[in-house]
Design a protein around this ligand. Structure first.
Ligand code: AMP
Ligand code: MG
Length: 408
């Protein structure tokens, strides 16, 4: 009798994996220009307020509202304040020509936009409207108050965050160092585009596609990648590759060879050098998945089927790598959307189906959901996360995870 190991729920696998993902202790200081995608290792506390002083949000005239209570007024223009300069206190019954971003002078309590004014000869202006106190003025500190935490430790830096850090004077930022990842593909059938031309492909050969998207995904997640290429389906070769990969890397990531067939050497190879857990995940695509350790390095073995590899990377390796970098927030934001497709036959595993948002605000499903069809992952802009055993009728609300949530 063959005893099948029970399938492991994704959440259980993820929780276990996250327990292993202890943040790297080494920090580095990088230029704010180069910090996109990195994880902050310290709170950024602003020592100044932003904007530093009240300033105009319009081109126009700074005035005192009280001077305009009687309706349109002709006032002398006593000063000109451009962005980057500072004016002087505004005397009663006068106006200051002012431009966007320029500090509002003491005494002025409103800006009237130039469209509501008429410049007259002799340095005069007719203000054609009344004004509300505070209009067209950006208040000092309305973005950031002095002493506030503008970016917290553990934040993953986005382009906007770099701008925010710069706005409080940070030219460099302390971040967790990049994880060093050794990547290799297993499979005697694999050849490299560029090495073997299409016409020269032997029967049974396929191009190595996983290597390309895995390297790109790792780089997007801030990793330094050592690409060790393709390892043949032999135990000794696999052991050698792992030994080499363990040296000086935080994570060894492989694709393929992780099942328990005769040509799958990852399991015995890792076990001969360290420890390995082989999980049969209760998800589709992506059943076999391995976590282990080789010396000080983490080991993660992804399935060989391209879509399984892609999906398990996004669901498991991505949060793992972010936590290694000290990221505080690793969960993705899913949204509920109506299915514009049907799923009459449920799977007993939790399914991650390649889907795409349509112009009607619903989701279309890629027709072929096979784990070998990488076209589906290119066509899709997200994954429908469907619980085990659930059929879907047209219009049912389903959980959708945008790919963009996970690719950056
Ligand atoms: P394996 O997990 O090694 O049994 O591989 C499962 C399936 O994925 C087989 O059809 C392999 O040919 C295919 N496969 C494995 N690795 C790759 C790869 N790097 N690129 C494309 N297909 C792969
Ligand atoms: Mg294989």
């Amino acid at each position: 009798m063959i005893l099948h190991k029970p399938l492991k729920p994704l959440d259980e696998a993820l929780a276990q994996l996250m327990d292993y993902a202890v943040a790297l202790p080494e920090l580095e200081v990088v230029s704010t220009f180069d910090a996109d995608g990195r994880v902050l290792a310290q709170d950024i506390v602003s020592t100044l307020q932003v904007p530093p002083q009240d300033n105009s949000s319009m081109d126009g005239y700074a005035v005192r509202c009280a001077d305009l209570l009687q309706g349109p007024q002709v006032l002398p223009v006593t000063q000109r304040i451009a962005a980057g300069t500072a004016g002087v206190a505004l005397a009663p019954f006068s106006a200051a020509r002012i431009f966007t971003g320029a500090p509002v002078p003491d005494g002025a309590d409103a800006v009237v936009m130039q469209e509501d004014c008429e410049a007259l000869a002799g340095e005069l202006v007719r203000i054609n409207v009344t004004a509300q106190a505070g209009q067209w003025i950006r208040r000092a500190g309305e973005d950031i108050s002095a002493g506030s935490v503008v970016l917290a430790k553990g934040a993953r830096l986005s382009p906007a965050a770099l701008g925010l850090a710069a706005s409080v004077g940070m030219a460099s930022l302390t971040v967790v160092r990049r994880p060093r990842v050794a990547l290799f593909s297993t499979g005697d059938e694999l050849v490299m585009p560029g090495d073997v031309a299409v016409q020269q492909m032997k029967p049974g050969s396929i191009y190595n596609s996983n290597r390309f998207f895995l390297r790109a995904l790792l780089q997007r997640l801030g990793c330094e990648v050592s690409d060790l290429g393709i390892v043949p389906d032999r135990l000794e070769a696999t052991v050698q590759a792992l030994e080499r990969a363990a040296h000086d890397h935080d994570l060894i990531l492989t694709s393929g060879g992780v099942s328990v067939g005769e040509e799958d050497h990852i399991k015995p190879a890792v076990q001969s050098l360290g420890t390995l857990d082989l999980w049969h995940l209760a998800i589709k695509p992506g059943k076999p998945f391995a976590y282990g350790r080789v010396q000080q390095a983490h080991f993660i073995g992804l399935p060989g089927n391209p879509v399984s590899s892609f999906v398990t990377f996004l669901l498991l390796v991505r949060p793992f790598l972010l936590q290694l970098q000290g990221a505080g927030q690793v969960a993705v934001k899913a949204i509920n959307m109506p299915a514009h497709f049907v799923l009459p036959k449920a799977d007993k595993r939790r399914e991650f189906m390649r889907a795409r948002r349509n112009a009607q605000g619903g989701l279309d499903l890629f027709a072929n959901q096979s784990s070998g069809v990488l076209t589906s992952a290119v066509w899709a802009d997200g994954l429908v996360d469907n619980p085990p055993g659930r059929t879907i009728a047209y219009g049912d609300m389903v959980r959708f995870i945008p790919l963009l949530e996970m690719l950056g």
